[in-house]
Design a protein around this ligand. Structure first.
Ligand SMILES: [Zn+2]
Length: 460
């Protein structure tokens, strides 16, 4: 018996409570609130009601406000003329089951039938199908998630106990005014015949609503349909970058421009810039290179700089880290042969010992023939670290979040490529540059799983 109870407990929490909590807390796969400063959304549940809904429609028309009505199918069936009016006056119609019953008590197949039946009724009256669904009492169970209904689930950001008449118009007005702000999704009821409600409760709601609409009008605010609010929301999301980030990006690009000018950086492929470089004397500690030769202080190297604008473009277009890394690798691959040929052809590069760069890297550059080394400790290493972190937080698709996980890959490293390796690997390949084969790409994907490349410039 105890085991049976325990099982029932597990089952019920799995079926009903957990998805309920998830949707309430995280807004997971449901819409509860919009953004914006002047628009809010009035939503009305449980109607249509032959007495209250027409009065509500009059009020909305008077103030030129639009709303969303979540209709109970059986009510819609009884009062098609009200449904028709809701639709013809430009409001949005959503579904609120056929009978007002919680989905907790219904099997998934029953929920689906209820939604379908209500949708059919609405369609037969208005000629339009609805794709917005609000489960009674906002309760969503696991099977609602499984696209059981094929609808967007709409909850709310504020409700006011307006289904009980004892709250009274004054208190209701107060509560609603307190919540009157942009993006708010207000839940109200234009029908009081459902379980737990008072039949005359909408009377108080209508009084309070008129006062609230007056205030909204004075403030220049308006109620809009849920679908319009959602459309605005996705538009706003498309402009991903926050003003702060945009400012950082433009400052950083400006700084880079200045740096390029001051240090007279050249660009490998000016038409499609990815790598910039300048000739300079190596200033670090002596490095033993792959072939045993030494790179010493004073030796001439070509210092590489990634094009930050390009990195930023690649970063903001990449959906995942792997994608970002692969795009960067391709871009670098494109430039190395030209670099090698330049070193061969230009007399002023005769004394070059190798390529040198400081980047934030985990794995990946080795496959180009680079030697990866720790930066000597010191002010340069720590300032590079800071700069590269900032850079990566801006260019990386996951930005800051990425920085918090796995800080070990955030160490700036020194990259060296002896000039022989550059020429041996890249110089003669200029004419036969080919995209990597499928197999190579797979290997690359494995290798660069958490590659994060960003350039650092010593001039900071
Ligand atoms: Zn309801």
């Amino acid at each position: 018996m105890q085991t049976l109870l325990l099982w029932l407990f597990y089952l019920s929490s799995f079926y009903a409570f957990i998805p309920g909590i998830l949707t309430r807390i995280f807004g997971f796969r449901v819409f509860r609130r919009g953004t914006g400063s002047n628009d809010f959304a009035l939503t009305f549940d449980d109607g249509p009601d032959p007495f209250y809904t027409p009065r509500l429609l009059d009020l909305l028309k008077q103030y030129n406000m639009k709303a969303t009505f979540f209709l109970v199918g059986s009510h819609a069936e009884k009062h098609p003329e009200v449904v028709k009016r809701i639709h013809s006056e430009g409001h949005l119609i959503g579904i609120h089951n056929y009978v007002h019953k919680s989905n907790w008590f219904m099997r998934p197949v029953t929920v689906r039938k209820q939604v379908k039946r209500t949708d059919d009724i609405i369609y037969s009256i208005t000629g339009e199908r609805s794709s917005y669904y609000r489960p009674p009492w906002g309760i969503v169970n696991l099977f609602d998630f499984a696209k059981n209904t094929g609808c967007r689930i709409i909850l709310w950001s504020s409700m006011f106990n307006d289904w009980r008449s004892k709250i009274g118009a004054d208190k209701l007005t107060q509560r609603m005014l307190a919540k009157l702000s942009g993006g708010e999704v207000m839940l109200l009821h234009d029908c009081g015949t459902t379980m737990g409600a008072n039949p005359d409760a909408p009377e108080q709601m209508l009084i309070a609503l008129e006062r609230v609409l007056k205030v909204a009008e004075q403030k220049g605010m308006r109620s809009i349909r849920i679908d319009d609010m959602m459309a605005k929301e996705s538009k706003a999301k498309a402009k991903k970058l926050s003003p702060l980030k945009r400012m950082i990006v433009s400052l950083w690009l400006l700084w880079e421009k200045g740096f390029h000018a001051v240090f007279a950086l050249e660009t490998v492929t000016p038409a499609d810039p990815m790598l910039h470089f300048r000739k300079r004397a190596f200033t670090g500690k002596t490095v033993v290179m792959e072939d045993g030769s030494l790179l010493e202080k004073g030796d001439q190297v070509l210092e590489l700089h990634f094009d930050n604008k390009k990195l930023f473009e690649i970063g903001s277009r990449s959906r995942s880290e792997v994608q970002l890394a692969i795009k960067m690798i391709r871009a670098v691959q494109k430039d190395l042969p030209s670099m090698a040929n330049m070193v061969l052809e230009r007399p002023e590069y005769k004394d070059i010992k190798g390529l040198y760069a400081v980047t934030m890297i985990s794995r990946g550059p080795e496959q180009f023939g680079f030697l990866v080394m720790d930066l000597p400790r010191g002010l340069f290493a720590s300032s590079s670290r800071l700069y590269l972190k900032l850079l990566l937080s801006v260019i990386h698709p996951k930005g800051q979040a990425r920085l918090k996980e796995g800080s070990h890959i955030m160490e700036p490293k020194m990259l060296m490529m002896p000039v022989d390796v550059l020429i041996g690997r890249y110089a003669e390949k200029k004419s036969q540059l080919q995209p990597p084969s499928e197999e190579q790409q797979e290997i690359q994907q494995e290798h660069v799983g958490d590659l994060a490349v960003a350039s650092a410039s010593q001039g900071m």
